[in-house]
Design a protein around this ligand. Structure first.
Ligand code: BES
Ligand code: ZN
Length: 863
């Protein structure tokens, strides 16, 4: 079904520099909902107060709404007009008024999943960024903060549970209906409004805050799912305690509710006191969720909870400031997860994600600063740059000033801006003043896009060694010239002969385009450990031989740097092989062998360290990406490592897996290492590999082992593969989140027929475009499968373009997210370039395209 109310594509560019404070404030809002799946009546009463000095009409944004009635101070009002989809109410000379507008909306036909929509009989809302205007007319900008009173009424049988923000202050019955009145005492922007009505069961718990207040916690899910909410509840309580301990921030309502829904465009949403989650970030039990899923639940629950301060109590002045709440909150959830598990492993995972998702964005046609200057559709700016690079920018400030001074800065920020809609500049100024640091040059990180590169070389004069740095920031769309950035660079230097000379961990601040750093006296060229802990989100160019990298991989005292050294060694070997140079695998094999010696004491770290770089990351190192050669050479190296160290992999697999219920870092690491071992063994083509994998698949006591074995089998061509896929499907066909995995492992497969398989799976009775998780599990997985997506005949590109065209009329936000992989055309050979551009042009030629897809496809085509 198509959604008739979708916004037509009028490519209007909105500029940050055009910001004007609102003409009217809205201190109070009363909303009245008469709930129905395909007709919900919404009565809105806005108390408005003029802020402008002179009379000015009240602009209320709408999207797909028609006003059924307009009243001002209780009187029927005719002084209004529509301007496109917006409502303009002329209030004459008034400086204050109560403006009432009635509308009727149809949640059942809202396939965009923005505004009020139906998800399997449930009514729920998603208002960020601009969904509130699909519920009722409103300025719908984050700098208009109001106290909300929400009354909702509906059929008791259809909607036994009625939830909104804040506290339930009254409820009652009216025939077959019932109603509830909710009040949120904290002024909030419209994007944090939420309402849920439907048949839900609850897992209840409580938390006592540091000042001794009792908070009731509730996680609401479909009947039957309540036994899978324990991990989310624990994560919530841990997050509440962590924010008190680390940031001194306490929760501020008597109630904190979370609702899990199946149809959701994003991961989760931080609505005040009523978070709404994609089920995949709430539901977890050992039989259906992997360790990665468990960590996802913990991290996302924390993220949304942390927004209560970084986002809700202090919100954003406008959407250009999005990284103010998202970058900071990602930084907070990263540190929380690090504290809950292994900090080095968490850092490795976060850096891997940054390199996989953000670096390519920063190097492509959609590159933008963490505080963009302009956009057409804000939904397109929930990007890895805003989130993950944004988090790195906050991390650099914290690194430069240290934890105690950083805390002084954030205290000042929260206290100074509590209850306000703030800017990124407000944040930087608070850190500057609170922590006592000059961030004048550092502010360029908010202005300049592109990943800085540091070219490093060592120089020696009379036994004194120094490091020479040349910094460049590449040109990006609209920004041809760049200034050097300020960044913290952690480094150390070691004498490889063990002579005892060393430069211990040092933090230097890089500011110049060129800079020299003294390292000290060494008898011979020292091994340099640089950008330790990934202290700055940059690319380091530094010529180092395999001997030096292998030495660092074995001896560096910073675990992240050990990981980096081994990855660099693998990368150098793979890039050489792909470029046709006869590779020498021995250094890599020896280093992996060495690293495996630590498997018993720190399996989680070892599992990360011995993993080969992804095909995409190898491609990122090349002038022109050759997806087929990359796959071939990566598989060859994997097979070589697999074969030479075969007894070690077999030994790891011969041991027993930790019980699936054990979620300690060590247990998770043990399972991860077993998955890696199985992949290495399978790569050798050993005859018994499918049997072994099938055995692990069958005996697994949890989803981590089961999925790892299934994914390994899915790459191959064995009878075991067919059997395992069938068993898995039959067992989990009624569990949507697990069925997503079934689609995903097939789309991830390294088989030559994967594109055809995806095409066939899109016709499977369990496939649907209506559920974003399902779409991502099939098509998102395909775009992450470099060799398949970039199949030379363009069949992968065509499949994605067909999807975008089919999905756009239903769900433009999710459709637009599938476009960036097609925008990477510049990185490929001419044949692939032409095919990719042709698909982008085909998308753009569709009539009635959404603003979301229009912006992404047209910018991607420009290159
Ligand atoms: N505020 C966002 C969710 C959101 C973004 C809803 C855009 C609608 C439009 C939320 O806080 C968020 O960032 N969620 C992330 C997960 C998080 C752990 C990075 C998400 O949904 O992917
Ligand atoms: Zn967020």
């Amino acid at each position: 079904m198509t959604d008739a109310s979708s916004t037509p594509a009028i490519p209007v560019t909105i500029h940050r520099s055009d910001y004007l404070a609102p003409d009217w404030s809205i201190p109070d809002i009363a909303l009245d909902f008469a709930l129905g799946i395909d007709a919900t009546k919404v009565g809105a009463a806005l108390s408005v107060v003029r802020q402008a000095d002179a009379p000015v009409p009240l602009l209320l944004r709408g999207d797909g709404l028609t006003p059924a009635a307009v009243r001002v101070d209780g009187e029927v009002w005719n002084d209004w007009r529509m301007d496109g989809s917006d409502l303009i109410v002329d209030l004459g000379e008034r400086t204050a008024a109560t403006v009432e507008v009635d509308t009727v909306i149809d949640p059942a036909s809202n396939t965009q999943l923005s505004g009020l929509y139906a998800s399997g009989g449930l009514l729920c809302t998603q208002c960020e960024a601009e969904g509130f205007r699909r519920i009722t007319f409103h300025p719908d900008r984050p700098d208009v903060l109001s106290r909300y009173k929400v009354r909702m009424q509906g059929d008791k049988a259809a909607f036994p549970i009625l939830l909104s923000n804040g506290n339930c202050v009254d409820q009652g019955e009216a025939g077959s209906d019932h109603w509830a009145l909710w009040e949120d005492p904290w002024p909030k922007p419209s994007y944090l409004f939420a309402l849920v009505a439907g048949d839900l069961v609850v897992n209840k718990d409580s938390f006592t805050t540091m000042s001794g207040r009792e908070v009731e916690l509730g996680i609401w899910v479909r009947g039957g799912d309540q036994d899978r909410t324990g991990h989310a509840m624990q994560a919530l309580k841990d997050s509440m305690a962590w924010d008190e301990r680390v940031y001194g921030r306490e929760y501020d309502l008597d109630l904190f509710n979370i609702v899990a829904v199946s149809d959701f465009n994003m991961g989760a949403m931080e609505n005040k006191g009523l978070n709404i989650f994609n089920t995949r970030y709430i539901l977890a039990d050992p039989d259906t969720a992997t360790d990665v899923d468990y960590d996802g639940v913990e991290g996302v629950v924390a993220h949304e909870y942390f927004h209560n301060w970084s986002g809700n109590r202090v919100t954003c002045r406008d959407w250009f400031q999005l990284s103010l709440k998202e970058g900071f909150t990602v930084f907070r959830d990263q540190n929380f997860s690090a504290d809950m598990g292994s900090p080095p492993v968490k850092r490795i995972e976060d850096v891997r994600l940054l390199r996989a998702a953000q670096f390519p964005e920063d190097a492509g046609p959609l590159a933008h600063p963490i505080r963009p200057d302009s956009f057409q559709e804000i939904s397109n700016f929930y990007t890895a740059t805003i989130y993950n690079k944004g988090a790195e920018i906050i991390r650099m400030m914290a690194t430069m000033v240290g934890p105690d001074r950083f805390r002084k800065g954030t205290d000042l920020y929260f206290d100074r801006h509590d209850g306000e809609a703030a800017t990124c500049e407000d944040f930087v100024r608070a850190i500057e003043e609170g922590a006592g640091i000059d961030l004048a040059q550092f502010r360029r990180w908010y202005e300049q896009a592109g990943t800085p590169r540091l070219k490093l070389s060592l120089a020696e004069e009379g036994g004194h060694w120094s490091l020479d740095i040349v910094q460049t920031v590449p040109p990006t769309p609209g920004q041809p010239e760049k200034q050097p950035m300020m960044m913290p660079l952690r480094l150390a230097a070691f004498a490889m002969d063990g002579s005892g000379d060393a430069l211990a961990d040092t933090l230097v601040t890089v500011t110049g385009a060129t800079q020299r750093i003294a390292l000290g006296t060494f008898a011979a060229r020292p091994a340099l450990s640089v950008n330790r802990g990934f202290s700055a989100p940059i690319i380091v160019d530094f010529e180092r031989g395999p001997g030096e990298l292998a030495w660092l991989a074995a001896h560096d005292d910073d675990p992240f740097a050990r990981y980096e050294a081994l990855q660099q060694l693998m990368l150098d070997t793979l890039v050489a092989a792909v470029s046709g140079k006869t590779g020498d695998n021995q250094a890599v094999i020896d280093a992996v062998d060495q690293t495996l010696a630590g498997a018993a004491s720190d399996p989680a770290f070892v599992a990360e360290a011995v993993l080969l770089p992804s095909e995409a990351f190898i491609g990122d190192q090349m002038v022109t990406v050759d997806p087929d050669a990359i796959r071939r050479e990566r598989l060859a190296l994997q097979a070589a490592i697999g074969a030479v160290l075969e007894t070690k992999w077999r030994a790891i697999l011969a041991g027993s897996a930790p019980p699936a219920t054990d979620l300690s870092s060590t247990a998770k690491g043990g399972r991860r290492l077993r998955g890696v071992a199985l992949a290495y063994l399978a790569a050798t083509g050993a005859d018994d590999a499918p049997t072994l994998a099938f055995g692990i698949f069958s005996d697994a006591d949890g989803m981590t082992e089961r999925q790892a074995a299934l994914a390994t089998l899915a790459h191959g061509d064995s009878d075991e593969r067919v059997a395992a896929l069938d068993i898995f499907y039959q067992r989990y066909r009624d569990n949507p989140l697990v069925l997503d995995k079934w689609f995903q492992v097939q789309a991830w497969s390294m088989r030559a027929d994967t594109v055809d398989a995806v095409k066939a799976l899109a016709q499977h009775p369990d496939f649907t475009l209506a559920n974003p998780n399902r779409v991502r599990s099939l098509y998102g997985a395909l775009t992450g499968n470099q060799a398949a997506f970039h199949q030379a005949d363009g069949a992968g590109y065509k499949l994605i373009a067909d999807l975008v065209i089919a999905l756009d009329p239903k769900n433009p936000q999710t459709a637009a997210k599938m476009i960036p992989p097609l925008g990477r055309w510049k990185r490929f050979d001419e044949g692939r370039q032409a095919l990719m551009k042709a698909e982008l042009e085909r998308i753009l030629a569709q009539p009635g395209l959404s603003r979301d897809v229009t912006e992404q496809a047209s910018k991607s085509l420009l290159g």
